[in-house]
Write a protein that binds this ligand. Structure first.
Ligand code: NAP
Length: 307
């Protein structure tokens, strides 16, 4: 018996939605599974001004809703479900969710990744209101402002350096007295007069009424608390790809990201991946969309070969 679907897309962020537009337009019976609301991590940002085609910028929700409508227009079906596992079923795959099971010829995994959170008071409430997880996305909103970056890895160091293009002052807040990031980035950070490193410091609380106003810091060395007034706070303490349900099925790299070829093919035939969940995609809406398109085109070629 033929599987019910030709393509199951896991995740309705930019990668999954862009893939769904192409899969639907190729007249493939496609279902998009999403556990939350369509849009993905970009919904944590309050404005996008680097997505091509929108010179005045666009609200992430509006952009993602346009993606979703376009996919629906071309026939992609949407279901709210959280995927638990994927297993072989004949020449295709069975995707098991909380709610249902989906037999399909091919799968595009676009499950995204989640920014690690500090888990402190005020973080959730002020996200998108001064608190951000992506300097490339939001840095330009902080021209001549005072911002903080939390973290000591490559990403935090790169984000701090990037933010000096806009902000008048960047505090780099790290919980230890030594960076984890590579030496060359450390040297650049320490040589940059706009960056002040606050060593041995942890953020205890993020405070603000309508927008971020200040943070409460705790110094682990002298055990003192202090306040720091900030216009922006960039939390850059790593990302976790949503790949737990794929362990043992697919080849992942040391960070848990799915290894893909340049055609977004994973280590298993019929399983493709796109966007932040892969080891091959800068964490941007435009690149995630592009990789979703590439995955859908590769699936089309794969299905044509099967037929
Ligand atoms: P990462 O290397 O895991 O660093 C995370 C940083 O956040 C560490 O300094 C860690 O502190 C800190 N941290 C973690 N949890 C924290 C918490 N709850 N509170 C405060 N601080 C916390 O993550 P990443 O910088 O996002 O990089 C991820 C991977 O991508 C790395 O392998 C990195 O090399 C790579 N990357 C490479 C480049 C590049 O090559 N240009 C650029 C970006 C990222 P501790 O140091 O104390 O553990």
């Amino acid at each position: 018996m033929e599987p019910k679907y030709e393509i199951v897309i896991i995740g309705a962020g930019p990668a999954g939605l862009a893939a769904a537009i192409y899969a639907g337009r190729a007249r493939r019976k496609t279902v998009v599974l999403e556990k939350g609301i369509p849009g993905g991590q970009i919904l944590l940002t309050d404005w996008i001004e680097n997505y091509p085609g929108f010179p005045d910028g666009i609200a992430p929700f509006e952009l993602m809703e346009k993606f979703r409508q376009q996919a629906e227009k071309f026939g992609a079906e949407f279901k709210r479900d959280e995927v638990k596992s994927i297993s072989r079923a004949g020449r295709g795959w069975k995707v098991k969710g909380h709610e249902d099971e989906y037999d399909t010829k091919a799968v595009i995994i676009a499950a995204g990744s989640i920014y690690r959170h500090l888990g402190v008071k005020g973080e959730v409430e002020l996200t998108g209101k001064g608190v951000s997880y992506c300097a490339t996305c939001d840095g330009a909103f902080f021209k001549d402002k005072v911002v903080g970056v939390v973290g000591g890895g490559d990403n935090a160091l790169e984000e701090a350096l990037f933010l000096t293009k806009f902000a008048q002052k960047v505090y780099l807040i790290h919980r230890r007295n030594k960076f984890r990031g590579i030496k060359i980035l450390q040297e650049r950070v320490l040589a940059n007069s706009k960056i002040e490193v606050l060593w041995n410091s942890v953020v205890k609380e993020i405070v603000g009424q309508k927008r971020l106003e200040k943070i409460i810091l705790y110094n682990r060395q002298n055990q003192l608390e202090s306040e720091l007034r900030l216009d922006g706070l960039f939390i850059s303490i790593g990302m976790d790809p949503n790949t737990e349900f794929l362990r043992g099925i697919l080849e992942l790299n040391e960070y848990g990201e799915i290894k893909v070829s340049f055609q977004m093919q994973t280590s298993q035939p019929g399983l493709f991946a796109a966007g932040d969940v892969t080891d091959a995609c800068p964490k941007q809406v435009a690149t995630a969309s592009g990789s979703g398109v590439a995955a859908a085109l590769a699936v089309e070629e794969y299905l044509s070969r099967l037929e």
